[in-house]
Design a protein around this ligand. Sequence first.
Ligand code: URA
Length: 216
Amino acid sequence: MGTVRQEKTSFLKPSDELPDFVNLKGAEISAQSCRRCPLWERATQTVFGAGASHARVVFVGEQPGDAEDRMGLPFVGPAGRLLDRALNQAQINRDLCYVTNAVKHFKWEPLGQRRLHKKPTSREIQACRPWLEAEIELIQPEVVVGLGATAAASIFGVPVRIADVRGKLTHVETVGRTCLITAHPSSVLRAPDSDTRQTEFDRLVQDLTLLQEFVR
Ligand code: URA
């Protein structure tokens, strides 16, 4: 009991800043003990970003899923495989990019034996944003790509409708660089039938094709 109370009082408020990090490894190690919001309690580990440390393109997803939480790497489960297929088709080499998430702990609730994904709240997105800022600051990419609504909310600092902002390379003041918003790969997987799935996949590929000039 005593331990729990002490950990709860040690939560940082979302507005608290992180120290400056020398490199991504240092930031990743520090993020492993992050207590900025309660999501760490039920997650296996912090899933930090992974990829090229001087990538010209950074992809931002929502949060790690079940597979990512176990493996400690972003986009290695079903959504990651769909992202890989879309990147392949758009001729974007994932190895030249950096892939991360807006929220770095898996948020879930039990459903029988399964761990059911739960959407992060605005407060959780905000609490985790300094980690994303640290990654962007260290990498200095030319483009930040938001995959889905949670990533878009983190990038813009307010909730936005994907349909209003997707598919355009635009300078975003809150990030200080060019951003591209597109659909989350999971939304393609969740499409109700195979025709819609194919249409949504093609739209995702079309958006990702805009990145070709940066990752050749
Ligand atoms: N969905 C995400 O948004 N990120 C991951 O890493 C995996 C699934």
